[in-house]
Write a new protein. Structure first.
Length: 167
């Protein structure tokens, strides 16, 4: 039996090459991190690679969070945005969303620390929305804050740990 080359692992991903899309770049990074995780987990020195395996696994989970492809986000979006959208036609071939029977957004299923929101938004939009009674807007901002925090942590891990993974 012929040994598969690394190109086979990327074949499906590269078949849909999209040079204009940041999500494609992140998908490539995630695929490479998954392959590195499997390599470090199965081969090499277990004592040396234990930290690398842990860090890479965290990075993979963080990619899922900031690309909105994790279980918590998917559950929340299904609860919040399921149902049928109805549109009303206006003049000049424009359409307007009819949301008279729209249900309120579900609470985000995981805890997100909003005490340091100023670090990511430069203001306090979540607290302001909560004070003004804009519940749905606050929930959307909490989901966005979670995404921003995951992206920041992903880059921090790569900045501080990337060179240690190969020692």
């Amino acid at each position: 039996m012929k040994k598969k080359t690394p190109i086979h692992a990327y074949k499906r991903l590269l078949a849909n090459d999209q040079d204009w899309d940041f999500a494609f770049l992140i998908a490539l990074e995630k695929k490479k991190l998954q392959r590195m995780h499997d390599y470090f987990k199965d081969k090499g020195h277990p004592e040396v690679n234990k930290q690398a395996v842990r860090d890479i696994a965290i990075c993979i989970r963080l990619i899922d969070i900031f690309m909105q492809d994790d279980a918590a986000y998917n559950t929340w979006s299904r609860k919040s945005f399921s149902g049928e959208l109805r549109w009303r036609k206006l003049e000049d071939d424009m359409y307007e969303l009819v949301d008279t029977d729209r249900k309120p957004l579900a609470d985000f299923p995981t805890y997100v620390n909003i005490r340091n929101e100023r670090r990511f938004f430069r203001t306090t939009p979540i607290r302001d929305a909560q004070k003004e009674g804009h519940r749905d807007h606050a929930i959307l901002l909490i989901a966005s804050l979670r995404q921003q925090k995951a992206l920041h942590l992903y880059h921090l891990i790569r900045e501080y740990k990337l060179f240690e993974w190969w020692d």
